[in-house]
Write a protein of this length. Structure first.
Length: 255
């Protein structure tokens, strides 16, 4: 619970995520709830516990509560290409995680009910006017990616036309490539100094955690040796079987 409590501060005034206000006439407050999850390691062990406040965005109405929602997602073909380049050219592969990614972007006028567990005498008759996006809002992914794109382009990176989640930067004969999937970032290339500078710049712009060499991404386990990279979806398949209650110990004889 101690690790979960660290996540609860998204509602604190220090994060500047919301203001307590009276609900304006004609406006509707969206509900919210806490979602508790366990973050596993690629081996299936417990890495950390997470408590995330999410909004009930399914109650939002298009044209009233939000407009555009599209946000690009990393393509699996792009990831295979980057992994192939890393193997053939001997490039390193780094992975970063953005903490509370949606809290880094600005939000238009959105009102939310008081989160469970935070109601008191001061919140009676009031709602939260959100200043930052939260998970669950229809417009959150688009707002976050736009904020991330502007920050990365200001660092001198160019957005790829073939896959808008990929950014690259040339410096002489060297190149640095970065791909993002929501709050997961992978970095590769042959410019060691630029990769170090990029990590530091991202750390200043956002709250990021350096996860070290790429090991697990989009449900794929990555194991690397000096000459090759092994990709496996063993954990993903086992989780899928566990969710569907399929027992691996049952043997069926086929005719």
């Amino acid at each position: 619970m101690e690790r979960c409590n660290e996540r609860r501060d998204v509602c604190s005034p220090k994060k500047q995520t919301r203001d307590l206000v009276q609900l304006p006439v004609g406006k509707k407050a969206v509900g919210c709830k806490w979602v508790f999850t366990v973050k596993p390691t690629p081996e299936g062990l417990i890495d950390r516990y997470k408590a995330r406040l999410v909004t009930k965005g399914y109650n939002q109405t298009y044209g009233i509560d939000y407009d555009e929602t599209f946000a690009p997602m990393a393509k699996m073909g792009t990831m295979r290409t980057l992994i192939s380049c890393a193997v053939n050219f001997g490039w390193p592969f780094h992975q970063l995680d953005v903490k509370n990614a949606f809290l880094h972007d600005d939000l238009q006028e959105v009102y939310m009910e008081i989160p469970p567990g935070f109601a008191n005498n001061q919140t009676v008759g009031k709602v939260c006017r959100l200043k930052k996006s939260l998970y669950g809002l229809k417009q959150s992914p688009r707002a976050w990616f736009d904020r991330f794109r502007r920050a990365v382009c200001d660092m001198g990176y160019t957005q790829c036309n073939g896959d808008h989640t990929v950014f690259y930067k040339h410096k002489g004969s060297f190149i640095t490539i970065m791909a993002v999937y929501v709050d997961d970032i992978i970095i590769t290339g042959d410019d060691v100094e630029e990769i170090k500078f990029l990590k530091e710049s991202l750390g200043k712009a956002f709250e990021v955690k350096d996860l070290g060499p790429l090991r697990y991404f989009l449900g794929i386990e990555i194991v690397r040796s000096q000459k090759r990279i092994l990709l496996s979806q063993r954990k993903y398949v086992l989780d899928l079987l566990a969710e569907t209650c399929i027992c691996l110990d049952v043997v069926h004889v086929a005719p």
